[in-house]
Design a protein around this ligand. Structure first.
Ligand code: XUL
Ligand code: CO
Length: 435
């Protein structure tokens, strides 16, 4: 029985179409810079928002209509939901998905029971993957909802909580491996603190690193070759999240000798909460060779809350696509819509409208980014801005071959240095020519 009987497969109809259930820009097989749109974008849908988010807020209950869901935490209901999710993926034309262990399968009374539930659901996911060709972009463990994780999981003051989290991560990696996942994400959940009056920060961070090292060892042991990601987020739920932004994560990974094993999964709304643009976060990660995947959503800048909105800002998706194309595109990663519909968009069809909006906005971002790159003026400007460094002395400085005294000798007797205009507004105008 179909969960979306009135909706057929969403097709590309072009920019002039008035059909609300059609793509205006996302044309999966259309080539951009010689590569199909779908391979540039590698869209994924997150199980937690698409299937499990009731659209509640701190002031009111959920509004989402889910006629296929009986509202219970039974295994039968969980199995049935998987079929609905794959029908959705097929109709919207998204090839990848992501999940947390506890979104797909109910938590049992004991860890053993939870693991058995997860195995039962993994079997259903596996068979739907086989029949539809859909793939798992990444899996993860939910280490933040249950009360036991209220003071952190890997950074809990309690050893037994740490052990529980370790066991949960082990199982989630196993299942991700079984489902052919291309990656596995660690989002810090409640890994952070509210006050130093009760917190030993050094010990907590050492423990977090210890868990990640164990995860690396386990991954090697079972032959899982998916990419590990850390997903930065600065605040919410704790006051000080340890993985606050790209730079903090990279510092942590370097400090604990984990750089070879992790890349970053960057989320736009988290970048905004960190007081950065997504482009900044992506550049920091890419320059360190650590840009792995993207949680493609957005916030409302002046709200200061993780609102997980669908990305509908063309300027924003253009900058994201520019950064991705600059690094040569995704390898294991993709654009996972870690986004939920607004509380007022409560009908099942709104799942389609919201994903169409996000996919079309990214398709436009991709086409615009390609046009900006083909035009070349912005890139040329940057290259030219640093051209003084292409001199012999510039090369020697960059090669670490000169001393302060060498530079003193070089500059004495020269004319006062001149600088050129940064032309920010010119560049913004050029950028806008393509929007
Ligand atoms: C929370 C968030 C998570 C991660 C996966 O803000 O982004 O859903 O993406 O745990
Ligand atoms: Co996310």
């Amino acid at each position: 029985m179909s969960a979306f009987p009135d909706i057929s497969k969403i097709e590309y109809e072009g920019p002039d179409s008035k059909n609300l259930l059609a793509f205006k820009h996302y044309n999966p097989d259309e080539l951009v810079e010689g590569k199909a749109m779908k391979d540039h974008l590698r869209f994924a849908s997150p199980y937690w928002h698409t299937m499990r988010n009731p659209l509640s807020d701190p002031f009111g209950v959920g509004t989402a209509q889910m006629p296929w869901d009986d509202g219970t935490e039974s295994l039968e209901n969980a199995k049935h939901r998987v079929g609905v999710f794959f029908e959705f993926l097929e109709k919207i034309g998204i090839d990848y998905y992501c999940f947390h262990d506890r979104d797909v399968a109910p938590e049992g009374a004991t860890l053993t029971e939870s693991n058995a539930n997860l195995d039962a659901i993994a079997e259903v996911l596996e068979s739907y993957q086989q029949s539809t060709g859909k793939k798992l972009l990444w899996g993860t463990a939910c280490l933040f909802t249950n009360h036991r994780y209220g003071q952190g999981a890997a950074t809990s003051p309690e050893l037994d909580v740490f052990a529980y989290a370790a066991a949960q991560v082990k199982k989630a990696i196993e299942v991700t491996h079984r489902l052919g996942g291309e990656g596995y994400t660690f989002w810090g959940g409640r890994e952070g603190y509210s006050t130093l009056l009760n917190t030993n920060m050094k010990r907590e961070l050492d423990h977090l690193a210890a868990l990640l090292h164990m995860a690396v060892a386990f991954k090697q042991e079972i032959g899982f070759d998916g990419q590990f990601y850390i997903e930065p987020k600065p605040k919410e739920p704790t006051t000080h999240q340890y993985d606050s932004d790209s730079a903090a994560c990279l510092n942590f990974l370097r400090q604990y000798d984990l750089m070879d094993h992790f890349k970053l999964n960057l989320e736009t709304n988290h970048a905004e909460l960190a007081g950065h643009t997504m482009q900044h976060e992506m550049r920091v990660a890419a320059d360190a060779g650590a840009l792995g995947s993207v949680d493609a959503n957005s916030g409302t800048e002046f709200i200061g809350w993780d609102t997980d909105e669908f990305p509908t800002n063309i300027y924003g998706t253009t900058t994201i696509m520019l950064e991705l194309m600059r690094m040569g595109g995704f390898t294991t990663g993709g654009l996972n819509f870690d986004a939920k519909r607004r509380r007022d968009s409560f009908e099942p069809v709104d799942l389609f409208h919201s994903h169409i909006a996000g996919m079309d906005t990214f398709a436009r971002g991709l086409k615009i980014a390609a046009a900006i790159r083909a035009d070349g003026r912005i890139e040329e400007f940057v290259t030219d801005r640093y051209s003084s460094w292409d001199s012999e002395m510039g090369a020697r400085v960059e090669g670490g071959q000169v001393s302060l005294a060498d530079l003193e000798a070089y500059i004495i007797g020269r004319e006062e240095p001149t600088i050129r205009s940064g032309r920010q507004e010119v560049l913004e105008s050029i950028f806008n020519q393509f929007i």
